[in-house]
Every structure is written in structure tokens, then in C-alpha cells.
Design a protein. Structure first.
Length: 194
């Protein structure tokens, strides 16, 4: 697995001789694209009042993804490409564990959770595309291996699956119990179904 990870990094990363134009773009994306995801979440909360609760729940899931990613990275302690001499760090970055990527974990969590909601699917697909581009950029600038990004996607997929399961359980077992309180049931139903 380590050999595959190294080979993939050498195929994708800038290494010691980066292309200046691609490095400029990759640096901007690697350091700033996550703010675009924040802006999209803010747009959803502002422009779609019926989706605000879901956007806040997604934000909480993204925070959980970040904490899990950092805890796993600390426990696994996989070095970054610049730490093992495969590339310099072309952007400023700390020398802590890299697997899974916290950026990928958070961005893919947001994208996948938005994709679970029909009314937010287009925004979710945009966030997933931004996450993929950010993953490439963070590999190119030497701060992640490709498998770090894949592990972030896997973690996000697990969080999205757990979220979907909880949503189904709430729809099946919790909503019927509170149907007699129509206002509470409507609010919970709106948070779960829309």
C-alpha cells in the first residue's frame, strides 16, 4: 500500500520541480477552496430558510468529521510527503499525521450530506467537485498523499451512511410517536424530509 501511495503521489504531486502556473493555482485551491464550501453552506442557510436546520446539522456533522479526522491522523501518525523528502511543502503546513485528510473529510461530509437531500443535491455535487479539486491541490503542493484524500472520502462516507441511517430510524420510529403534536411533528418532519 505504501508503494502504491508513493507512486500515486509521484504521478500527481509537484515534487521538487513544480510547474509555476500549476503551483500558483494549486496553492490557491489548497489554501482557499474550503472557504468556498463555507460560502455555499452560508448561501443555503440564507437563501433557503426551509433548509437552515439541515445546514446546521450538516455543519455539526462536518465538525465531527474534523475531530475524527484529526484524532485518527494523530493515532495513525502517517507522515506527509514533505516529511519523507518526496517534495517540499509548497504551502505552509504543520508536520502532524496526514491520514485521513481533515480537509477532505470535512468537505466530502458536507457534499455527501447535501447530496442526500433532493433539494440540495446540486449544491452537494458542487461541494464534492470542490473537495476533489482541493484533494488534488493538496497532493500537488506536497502536504498529502492520495490515500489521505481517499481516507477522508471514506470517513465522510461513513458519516453520511450513519446520518442516513439515523434519519431513516427517526422517520420510522420517532415521527409516529409525536404525530399527535402536529406543530412539533411538522418541524421534525421538515428537518428530516426536505
Amino acid at each position: 500500500m505504501l508503494a502504491l501511495n508513493t507512486a500515486l503521489f509521484q504521478a500527481i504531486g509537484a515534487g521538487h520541480t513544480p510547474n509555476a502556473e500549476i503551483m500558483w493555482l494549486a496553492s490557491i485551491v489548497a489554501e482557499g477552496a474550503s472557504w468556498l464550501c463555507v460560502a455555499l453552506m452560508g448561501w443555503v442557510a440564507w437563501r433557503r430558510p426551509s433548509q437552515r436546520v439541515y445546514a446546521m446539522v450538516t455543519l455539526a456533522a462536518a465538525a465531527a468529521a474534523a475531530m475524527l479526522a484529526h484524532a485518527l491522523a494523530d493515532a495513525i501518525a502517517m507522515p506527509r510527503p514533505f516529511m519523507v523528502g518526496l517534495s517540499p511543502a509548497h504551502i505552509e503546513h504543520g508536520a502532524r499525521g496526514s491520514l485521513p485528510s481533515a480537509h477532505a473529510s470535512v468537505m466530502f461530509t458536507i457534499g455527501l450530506l447535501f447530496c442526500l437531500r433532493a433539494s440540495l443535491r446540486k449544491t452537494g455535487l458542487a461541494v464534492v467537485a470542490i473537495a476533489v479539486l482541493t484533494g488534488w491541490a493538496r497532493i500537488y503542493v506536497g502536504v498529502h498523499f492520495p490515500l489521505d484524500i481517499a481516507a477522508g472520502l471514506l470517513l465522510a462516507g461513513g458519516i453520511a451512511a450513519a446520518f442516513w441511517t439515523l434519519q431513516q430510524l427517526a422517520r420510522r420510529f420517532v415521527l409516529p410517536l409525536i404525530r399527535h403534536d402536529h406543530s412539533g411533528a411538522r418541524q421534525l418532519s421538515a428537518a428530516i424530509d426536505h
